[in-house]
Ligand binder design. Structure first.
Ligand SMILES: Nc1nc2c(ncn2[C@@H]2O[C@H](COP(=O)(O)OP(=O)(O)OP(=O)(O)O)[C@@H](O)[C@H]2O)c(=O)[nH]1
Ligand SMILES: [Mg+2]
Length: 288
């Protein structure tokens, strides 16, 4: 894949761009390093919240182990999703809230992982009543990173179980009216607890494949320009909306314009070079 990419890239640049070989080389290196970056996504939350299930639903079938037995994920599962470029690194970590001993150990683990993460996805069980362990973990560990501008999204998972759960409409895969209003209430509640805007708390159901497109939309919006396309590429095709595709494309093109403008001193050449590069990118990402 990597070699294919290099070849397509070089050919396109030779044909279409009005600049010299040394400029092409420099631009090539810089765009390639954006493409080769491997974003790391950490999936945190209480045990049994559905972290592993949600990873599978968002990114693909069976990338993470799931078990109906309590406390399934015992050590961090590092899954490399290789598509297009190097893909992304998905860290499905063990859940907190099982025992005090474990929580101390896992707090250390979360703390050590955080500096390398581009995005933290916090998974909460929608029908949980108490969020105190989530709150403690979030405030002590994650909040300093979020305050530094690190993208953070809460997935309010298992909303199919929120009362009255019998209202869940299987035919359209949507909550019933009363259930929808209780879900919205819970969402507000969680946003308050975490001190987040409502837009960062997304109601989902991993099992029912509900809300996943909205979750991906939000994630792509929050990521920096140079990482949107790579993360979107790792997401299952069903979960990519036109909105997130446009967002990821524009982000990537902005990044390319930035790079080319820095390297090529002549303004008229920039447009042609950017066009040549975006032609190449469109061959790398199937959804482009
Ligand atoms: N009804 C329903 N059940 C779910 C949903 N998501 C997960 N589950 C179930 O919840 C249980 C726990 O899911 P996991 O994905 O293993 O949870 P986890 O957060 O990875 O748990 P640990 O690895 O122990 O931290 C499994 O039985 C899942 O099938 C959902 O959206 N709706
Ligand atoms: Mg798990």
């Amino acid at each position: 894949m990597m070699n294919d990419r290099n070849k397509i890239f070089e050919d396109a640049m030779k044909q279409d761009s009005p600049i010299g070989a040394d400029f092409i080389g420099t631009i090539f290196k810089r765009v390639n390093s954006v493409l080769s970056y491997q974003p790391a996504v950490g999936v945190f939350g209480k045990t049994g919240a559905g972290k592993s299930s949600l990873c599978n639903a968002v990114f693909g079938k069976d990338v993470c182990e799931i078990s109906d037995i309590a406390g399934c994920t015992r050590k961090p599962q590092e899954v490399i999703l290789e598509l297009g470029g190097k893909g992304i690194k998905l860290l499905d970590v063990p859940g907190v809230g099982e025992s005090n001993e474990r929580d101390k150990e896992y707090a250390e683990l979360y703390r050590s992982l955080l500096p390398e993460l581009d995005l933290v996805l916090w998974v909460i069980k929608g029908d949980d009543r108490a969020f105190s362990s989530d709150e403690t973990f979030y405030k002590n560990l994650v909040k300093p990173y979020v305050d530094n501008g690190r993208p953070f999204v809460v997935a309010l998972n298992q909303v199919d179980k929120i009362e009255p759960f019998r209202e869940w409409d299987m035919s359209v895969n949507q909550p019933g009216a009363k259930q929808a209003s209780n879900i919205e209430q819970k969402r507000k509640n969680v946003a308050d607890i975490f001190g987040l805007p409502l837009s960062c708390v997304i109601p989902v159901s991993a099992n029912e494949r509900y809300g996943l497109v909205q979750l991906v939309d939000r994630i792509i919006e929050l990521l920096p320009n140079d990482k949107k396309a790579i993360v979107l590429d790792a997401v299952k095709a069903d979960n990519r909306s036109e909105h997130s595709k446009t967002e990821a494309k524009n982000g990537f093109l902005d990044e390319i314009v930035k790079i080319v403008t820095e390297v090529v001193p002549l303004a008229p050449a920039v447009k042609a070079v950017v066009k040549a590069i975006s032609n190449v990118i469109s061959k790398i990402f199937s959804w482009w």
